[in-house]
Design a binder for this molecule. Structure first.
Ligand SMILES: Cc1ncc(COP(=O)(O)O)c(C=O)c1O
Length: 412
């Protein structure tokens, strides 16, 4: 049984009061809270076996190396990677995307080539491709979306064509919550000889992930959005692709042999990990993976699906107050991300009033500026859920939203 009450006890911050109210944390698409087990794992490393990895013959270094590599194995297994050699540590999804753009992209994208994206990409999966397209004379094309924020695949066979070298799509949109059919897109892309990158920043924390089933060539995600520490992220890529890629950064740790003239590269995954890595946070992410596995990703998805259904029903009721919801209207086509707008009330003002009531939501363009502009607004307010949220919290949020609307419209 998925016992949310018990789960919440593992997250010290959820006991906090904000502005005299019990915290309702609905900014999980930005970053998630950390269970005690993750916090403890960081303290344990610094307190008991702090040492550099892969370098020492002394016990502390070997212990740190074992725990650090164990974390890599856990993360690789979590996404069903064929080998932990295919799992590269980065700082976050943004760095993983830049790594692919600057190494694989530099070598494989040429003038006249096409890169296919969706209009709902986070800037992290848009700007690096804009930059490489500009440098190389390549073109970016977009799979259109419907007014409900779903991908419109009717013309996909024309958009993904023989000029396409890469299809890079977000699995779950951070702005609309849309869950995209990545497996279907990967099949079409591969039939045209294109590579497929999945931005899993919002999906890996919430949906069971299987890179072999998706048959994606690359997957990126961030530790901090899945209970792990900030500063640790991941790039998965198929081994045969990683082997053909040049290093992103060079220096210590990533070399095999060095002379005063030249160097040769270490085997995977170290070829892509120059310098002392983020040891503590990789270990912390390993602890987060243990926690998620203990709960079970299927159970986490089911719980969040219930939250999404509950919130969807509430947002239908809120339509009578003029609240506008963006994105899919079906809880099976989206995750727990609700972007909304109250006419004549700026989202920042709404966010501030909700904060006064202890409720944390995000307001702004959510690093998806072109998408939010296409919705006809400059910003939205966004409530996003995670495994420790409850339907009661959604009710508290909806009541607070009603009160805020009353306040803005009638001043009381
Ligand atoms: C869909 C998506 N992709 C990429 C990113 C970038 O993640 P990070 O800031 O951890 O690099 C985010 C962050 O919100 C995101 O939601």
């Amino acid at each position: 049984m998925f016992d949310v009450k018990k789960i919440r006890e593992d997250f010290p911050i959820l006991g906090r009061e904000i502005n005299g109210q019990r915290l309702v944390y609905f900014d999980n698409a930005a970053t998630t809270q950390k269970p005690q087990a993750v916090i403890d794992s960081l303290v344990d490393y610094y307190q008991n076996y702090n040492a550099n990895v892969h370098r020492g013959v002394h016990s502390l270094s070997m212990e740190a190396t074992d725990k650090y590599e164990e974390a890599r194995e856990k993360v690789a297994a979590f996404i069903n990677a064929e080998s932990s050699d295919c799992l590269i540590w980065t700082r976050n999804s943004s760095e993983s995307l830049n790594l692919v753009a600057y190494t694989w992209g530099e070598k494989n994208i040429e003038e006249g080539d096409e890169i296919v994206l969706t209009p709902m990409e986070h800037h992290s999966n848009l700007v690096p491709w804009q930059e490489i397209a500009r440098r190389k004379g390549a073109k970016i094309r977009f799979i259109p979306i419907t007014s409900d924020g779903l991908l419109d695949l009717t013309e996909i066979e024309k958009i993904i064509n023989d000029r396409t070298v890469l299809v890079s799509v977000v699995h779950m949109s951070n702005a609309l919550g849309t869950i995209n059919p990545v497996k279907q897109i990967a099949t079409i892309a591969h039939s045209r000889g294109a590579k497929v990158l999945i931005d899993g920043a919002q999906s890996v924390p919430h949906i069971p992930t299987d890179v072999q089933d998706y048959d994606c060539d690359f997957l990126v995600f961030s530790g901090h959005k899945m209970l792990g520490p900030t500063g640790i992220g991941c790039l998965y890529a198929k081994k045969e692709i990683l082997e053909t890629m040049e290093p992103f950064m060079t220096g210590g740790e990533m070399v095999l042999e060095v002379t005063y003239e030249k160097a040769s590269w270490a085997d995977l995954p170290m070829k892509f990990e120059a310098g002392t890595p983020n040891i503590a946070d990789a270990i912390g992410l390993g602890a987060a993976i243990d926690y998620l596995n203990e709960l079970g990703m299927d159970n986490i998805y089911s719980h969040e699906n219930e939250l999404t259904f509950h919130a969807m029903c509430k947002f239908f009721e809120l339509q009578s107050e003029g609240v506008e919801l963006f994105g899919p209207r079906d809880e099976n086509l989206k995750g727990g991300v609700f972007s909304f707008n109250v006419p004549d009330v700026h989202p920042h003002d709404l966010g501030t009033v909700l904060d006064n009531m202890g409720i944390a939501v995000r307001t702004g363009h959510h690093c998806a500026m072109p998408l939010v502009k296409s919705l006809g607004v400059a910003a939205t307010a966004r409530a996003s859920f995670y495994l420790y949220n409850t339907t009661d919290e959604i009710d508290v949020f909806v009541d607070a939203l009603r009160e805020a609307i009353r306040y803005f419209r009638h001043g009381s």
